[in-house]
Design a protein around this ligand. Structure first.
Ligand code: ASP
Length: 407
């Protein structure tokens, strides 16, 4: 995206126009749905080859196994602490603002959630390994693909010359895919316009959307305020502290990824653009971005973890259930795990919320209350998820330079 400031402006115009047309023309705008789908599918098409080649190149670029280990620990530490911060912010906000008080719960268990059993730690661990990688690829089940690529890349580094030729093959694959990402980016302004306009249109246009939002307006406000605090205060502070970079410039560099996250509601579909923005605009080393971003898009979801915690307490408040401190700690832990377990696809967080609610005995019907507006809040939390990943790549890059490269 070198010197492509104009592309960014077009993307912004796409968002604004999409919002206005969807708001104004309502369901008529579903007519442009197919344009959005083409853009979305073009991105999705690149995700699997990108993840596999990125991780193989990323892990082999890190060097020997001790360096991989150290970088892995730094990355996981970043993921865990930032997610924990975001859940704590969510818990403080929801306890302070009490959005569930005076809201009556009238809903049923939504279809997608009915019959789902809560995920436990063992389920999450089990999802790390797939007996059939092709099936996982077809289903965009990314966690086992990540594990396979990491191990495969690691093993290649131990094979000497033979391994090097395979690594350079994947290196070329990766470069080719990134060139394709450049091309897909040219579709972004129109694609983003179509996605936003058609989604808002499908929700009935501006007035219907507003009416739905206002039904649980205080809840939506709490979620958005907490997300903004995490995105505009906590994450930038971490960026400044560890890298001394300007968050404003970094934000500008990442904005194509953030706007794509908002319009697609999928961290995984956004991944190609997240990598592109990190490398080209924000000058994060290729090594760090190829290692951190694919993993981050799947397991590091600050916005989702925060959302799950706020939603659980909101449901308890609606029912007049007073949750003890211990129960809130349980929500803290399960919301973090649920976010790790959630796939980087639209509304995945709603399904993993089953685990959070069940852990403290809250009824699943509560999820029904969030359903009508989740498509919108999902976009907001996905944007924060991608922002957290982007900053993570810069932080790991810096720490790696300091502690791993330097020995
Ligand atoms: N849509 C989110 C993402 O892709 C996951 C979720 O919270 O539902 O990051």
């Amino acid at each position: 995206m070198k010197n492509n400031n104009w592309l960014l402006y077009f993307i912004l115009v796409g968002i604004v126009l999409g919002g206005i047309c969807g708001w104004w023309f309502g369901p008529q705008m579903t007519a442009v749905d197919w344009i959005g789908e083409i853009f979305l599918n073009a991105l999705k098409m690149l995700v699997i080859p990108l993840i596999v080649s990125s991780l193989i190149v990323g892990i082999s670029g890190l060097g020997d196994i001790t360096k991989v280990g150290k970088t892995g620990v730094i990355t996981l530490f970043y993921f865990m602490t930032t997610t924990a911060f975001s859940v704590v912010i969510g818990l403080c906000m929801v306890n302070l603002m009490k959005p569930g008080e005076s809201v009556e719960m009238v809903s049923e268990i939504p279809e997608g959630v009915a019959g789902k059993k809560g995920m436990g730690i063992t389920d999450i661990l089990q999802s790390f390994v797939s007996p059939n990688l092709i099936k996982s690829m077809m289903e965009m089940d990314i966690l086992p693909i990540i594990i396979f690529s990491l191990v495969f890349g690691g093993v290649l580094t131990t094979l000497g010359e033979k391994g090097k030729s395979v690594i350079s093959f994947f290196d070329a694959v990766n470069e080719a895919i990134m060139k394709m990402v450049h091309l897909v980016l040219y579709l972004a302004p129109v694609g983003i316009f179509a996605l936003i306009a058609s989604k808002l249109g499908a929700a009935g246009g501006g007035d219907a959307f507003w009416a739905e939002l206002m039904k649980i307006g205080k809840f939506a406000f709490t979620v958005i305020a907490a997300l903004l605090f995490h995105a505009l205060v906590v994450l930038p502070a971490i960026l400044i502290f560890f890298t001394r970079r300007s968050p404003i410039k970094f934000f500008k560099g990442a904005s194509a990824a953030l706007t794509t996250a908002f319009s697609t509601a999928s961290s995984s579909a956004t991944l190609p653009i997240t990598i592109e923005c990190a490398e080209e605009n924000n000058k994060v080393s290729r090594r760090a971005s190829l290692f951190v971003l694919p993993i981050g898009a799947t397991v590091n979801m600050d916005g989702t973890a925060m959302y799950e915690a706020i939603a659980a307490i909101f449901i308890a408040q609606m029912l007049g259930i007073e949750l003890s401190f211990t129960q809130q700690i349980i929500i803290f832990v399960t919301a973090t795990l649920a976010a790790i377990g959630a796939a980087g696809i639209p509304e995945a967080g709603l399904v993993t919320m089953v685990m959070v609610l069940q852990s403290v005995g809250l009824p699943l019907e509560g999820i029904g209350m969030l359903l009508s507006i989740d498509w919108f809040l999902d976009r907001c939390r996905t944007t924060v998820n991608v922002w957290g990943d982007s900053i993570g790549a810069a932080v790991v890059d810096k720490l790696e330079e300091k502690y791993v490269e330097g020995g």
